[in-house]
Structures are given as structure tokens and as C-alpha cells.
Design a protein around this ligand. Structure first.
Ligand code: CA
Length: 229
């Protein structure tokens, strides 16, 4: 299954940033500098599953590109790239048929998570086979079950590794302690949710810059934990 993503962005630096990060996440990136070029590339690559569309462009704008894509293609996932100052863009984008929007400036983790979600919905398997989840400064290798932080290996137990994987696959999502217990220990595990807290405490000592003031694994009081920056 092709993992093609179209990136329409006229600013070369932003386009490059997106291209590097999506490629690293296992996607094949097709680049376009203008709306006209994007429509041509889509025609040449009908197996593109997700399109990222910048709005402010020379020539036809991102909304018009979105409208024209949607006129013939309801299956492709479309994410608009909006500027922070242009709140109205979101509404307009969704009205013209976009599925989602990402506000600039965005983090690689945020972008990849949005593309993954749409890719899954558009009928493809997320590219986990590539074997890496990159969320700076972390790199999780799902093939040999290892974690690096800033390029340095962090030694983890298998349980800690499984928790990290669950976090990194669900960035920004509040996960209940029961959910973590079920996923990591298995539904038939006969223990207390307290074991989750104990493992998280140990994991924080290993991965946080300051475990007393964690910034990666955040506590959601009375519920569980959230992986987020
Ligand atoms: Ca632009």
C-alpha cells in the first residue's frame, strides 16, 4: 500500500521541514509549490492518500485547491496548514471539504500524528513497519524495542518500553491508568492500577530532564497520564 502524502507549500523552508519529518515517519512525500502543480501531481499519483494544503499561495489558493480536489475525490484526507492569526481559515477550510487543519508553527510530532490519523481513516495502515517513532528528542525503535533520547540509548525494561510505545502512539491524549494497565499488562492481569504509577515514576527518572517537574509524561489528576509537550 502506497504511503504517499502530497505537500503543497510555496515556502521552501516549511516544505523541507514537513518533507523531512514525514519521510522519517515512513511516508513518501510528493511536493508541490503551487496549487496548479498540486492538482497535476494528484492526477499523476492517484494513490496519494493524504494532502497537506497551505492556504496563502501565488496563483489559486489552498481553499480553491481543496474545493477542486473534493469535486472529484471524496476519499483523500485533506489537512489545511493555517496561520495562527487567521482563525477564520479553519472554518473556511472545513467548509471547502478539509478534514483537519494544523496551525503554524507546528511540531513534527503534531503533524505526524494528524497525518497518521487521516491516513488510517483514508484506508491505509499507518507506517509502523518502518519501525521508528520520532518525537524529538525521543526516537523509539519498535523493531528492536529500544529508546533513544538526544541520540543516547535509554535502558528500559520491557514494561517501560511498552508504556513509552503507548505514549508515543498517542501524543497529547489523556490515557487512563486502567487503559494503560490493559494495554501494557494485558486484560487478564491480576493486579492493581498502582503498578502503573510505580512504573511511571521509574520511567520519569529515566526520561525526564527533571523527574520532580516532568514535562513529557504529564499527570492527569484523578485519571491517568498524558504524553505531551
Ligand atoms: Ca504560503
Amino acid at each position: 500500500m502506497a504511503r504517499k502524502v502530497l505537500v503543497l507549500e510555496d515556502e521552501a523552508s516549511i516544505r523541507g521541514f514537513i518533507e523531512i519529518n514525514l519521510t522519517r515517519a515512513g511516508y513518501e512525500v510528493i511536493e508541490a509549490e503551487s496549487g496548479e502543480e498540486a492538482l497535476e501531481k494528484l492526477k499523476a499519483n492517484p494513490d496519494i492518500r493524504v494532502a497537506l494544503l497551505d492556504i496563502m499561495l501565488p496563483g489559486i489558493d489552498g481553499f480553491e485547491v481543496c474545493r477542486r480536489i473534493r469535486a472529484t475525490n471524496t476519499r483523500i484526507g485533506i489537512i489545511m496548514l493555517t496561520a495562527r492569526s487567521q482563525e477564520m481559515d479553519k472554518v473556511t477550510g472545513l467548509m471547502t471539504g478539509a478534514d483537519d487543519y494544523v496551525t503554524k508553527p507546528f511540531s513534527p510530532a503534531e503533524l505526524t500524528a494528524r497525518v497518521d490519523a487521516l491516513f488510517r481513516r483514508a484506508g491505509g495502515a499507518p507506517p509502523e513497519q518502518v519501525g521508528e517513532i520520532v518525537q524529538e528528542p525521543f526516537l523509539l525503535n519498535t523493531r528492536n524495542r529500544t529508546l533513544e533520547k538526544n541520540g543516547q540509548r535509554v535502558k528500559l525494561t520491557q514494561v517501560e518500553y511498552s508504556i513509552m510505545k503507548m505514549f508515543m502512539e498517542n501524543p497529547g491524549k489523556a490515557l487512563s491508568r486502567e487503559e494503560i494497565l490493559d494495554t501494557v499488562w494485558g486484560r487478564d492481569y491480576f493486579g492493581e492500577v498502582k503498578i502503573v504509577d510505580v512504573n511511571i515514576r521509574r520511567l520519569r527518572l529515566k526520561i525526564e530532564d527533571n523527574a520532580q517537574n516532568p514535562t513529557y509524561i504529564n499527570t492527569v489528576w484523578g485519571f491517568g497520564y498524558k504524553w505531551g509537550f
